[in-house]
Design a protein around this ligand. Structure first.
Ligand SMILES: Cc1ncc(COP(=O)(O)O)c(C=O)c1O
Length: 463
């Protein structure tokens, strides 16, 4: 008889057990994600074209559909040691509260000053920029987690960092802004008068409070017009999912130590980076026919790109200065209602996640924000961690799946990504506690309207 070892509340790996390679799920995908297209020629973007915007090494990673493992440079691994490996937590208290036979685990990525998983890719992108001898990088940030993470990475490597922050967040989250400035970044509310595209957007939409799509356009323009700068992005791109594969690899290593095999793996999905990173190695096993898992992507009902968008080529930004990506999209002109999960308010989705979803390998569902905050509070009260609104989408789905197990008497093992903490989201929690939080779900007409801006060319028609 084998005696099952008691699973600790937290499973920690040692520093030596941290992955030494990024895992590239595209290598195991039979049908590869569609390439980025040049919007002028509709031909796949070449390394040379991409090199004008992104760092050289990151361009290679973006285009690499074949190498399964990509070594993580020692300098990046040394930085990771400052806050990794992150714990895989058995949510014993939540299980007890729900009275479920399900076993619930979460991978906690909020244990660094940026408060989220974004630092995993920020340090990689900043490292390659530094290695190329660049002076600095530009980026956009919505809720502020990505901008904070990049500021931290740039401070460490002594790189300049220019952040365009969606205006509404800039005004609502002054402390996020100050954290970025403390790490030495310059933070500009977007849309701004500092770029041509910003001035155009302001002229067309006076008084707009901005969107991620606008901020991306401004950051790209600044990078391409400033000597020694490149643009970096916190999600959506395949290179970002590659860096985030460290989350899934650590999760798998921790579970393997105790012979645990999950049944269901859940992640919130904004641009798809944490979800993609968490599921990648498990998806690899599934794609290679070694094992089977259910994967669930969770998004807000106010910005339902997977559940209500269409799978076509679209612009990644509002100003239409970026390449075209094939993805589930609501249209690059889609301005989501002011949902508090700022990191999930993006019109599109990673092309890797989109392809896997289109092939039926990932499920997707959406929730209203009040039900998400209800789950967040339930989780905070028993597990102690105050979750980010984005992460709370995954919590809600994990709770729902655990309650289904209770109904059916099933002992499934559920893992979800707890991507960050919600200390800068207290206005949202206040609204929830005061019962003044509202839910806005776009109508079919609104989505059809914004999809009408999708570029039309043969094979790319929207339905
Ligand atoms: C805490 C947190 N979770 C999730 C997300 C969603 O991003 P992604 O889908 O790229 O993981 C964000 C984005 O800002 C975030 O800050």
């Amino acid at each position: 008889m084998t005696i099952e070892p008691k699973i600790p509340y937290k499973i920690y790996l040692s520093e030596d057990e941290m992955p030494k390679n990024y895992y590239n799920v595209r290598a195991d995908m039979k049908k590869k994600p569609a390439p980025l297209l040049n919007p002028g020629t509709l031909e796949p973007m070449t390394a040379e074209e991409l090199g004008g915007v992104f760092c050289d090494e990151l361009v290679q990673q973006e285009l690499n559909n074949t190498d399964q493992l990509i070594p993580i440079p020692q300098d990046i691994r040394d930085f990771y040691k400052m806050y990794r490996p992150s714990p895989l937590v058995r949510a014993y208290c939540l299980e007890e509260k729900l009275g479920t036979p399900a076993k619930i685990y979460y991978k906690f990525e909020g244990n660094n000053t940026s408060g989220s998983h974004k630092l995993n890719s920020a340090i990689a992108q900043a490292y390659y920029a530094k290695k190329q001898g660049l002076k600095g990088v530009t980026t956009e940030t919505g809720a502020g987690q990505w901008g904070t993470a990049l500021s931290m990475a740039c401070a460490y490597l002594d790189l300049d960092c220019k952040v365009y922050m969606v205006k509404v967040s800039y005004e609502q989250k002054p402390f996020r802004r100050e954290v970025m400035r403390t790490y030495g970044a310059s933070v500009t509310p977007s849309p701004s008068e500092t770029t041509t595209v910003g001035r155009k957007i302001l002229a067309e939409h006076p008084g707009t409070t901005g969107s991620l799509g606008c901020a991306i356009s401004e950051a790209v323009e600044t990078a391409t017009s400033t000597e020694g700068y490149r643009y970096v992005l916190g999600s959506v791109l395949s290179q970002v999912l590659l860096h985030q594969s460290i989350i899934g690899q650590e999760t798998m290593a921790a579970m393997d130590k105790y012979n645990i095999d999950p049944d269901i793996i859940i992640g919130c999905a904004g641009g798809g980076s944490n979800l993609g990173g968490l599921i990648s190695p498990f998806m690899g096993r599934k794609l290679r026919g070694e094992n089977d898992y259910r994967f669930i992507a969770v998004e807000p009902k106010s910005c339902p790109s997977l559940t209500r968008g269409q799978y076509v080529y679209d612009f990644c930004d509002t100003g239409k200065v970026c390449p075209l990506a094939k993805m589930y999209t609501l249209g690059s002109g889609f301005i989501p209602s002011p949902n508090h999960a700022g990191g999930l308010r993006y019109h599109g989705m990673s092309s890797i996640v989109s392809e896997l979803y289109d092939e039926g390998l990932i499920e997707a569902r959406s929730y209203e924000q009040t039900e998400v905050f209800e789950a967040a509070e339930e989780f905070a009260r028993c597990e102690g961690i105050l979750p980010a609104p984005e992460s709370s989408h995954a919590i809600k789905a994990a709770i729902d799946e655990a309650l289904k197990c209770k109904e059916n008497g099933e002992e499934k093992t559920i893992v979800f990504g707890l991507t960050g903490t919600g200390y800068f989201d207290m206005v949202a929690y206040q609204q929830y506690n005061d019962k003044t939080m509202s839910d806005y779900i776009p109508t079919d007409d609104e989505i059809r309207d914004s999809l009408s801006g999708v570029p039309q060319f043969p094979g790319n028609e929207t339905k």
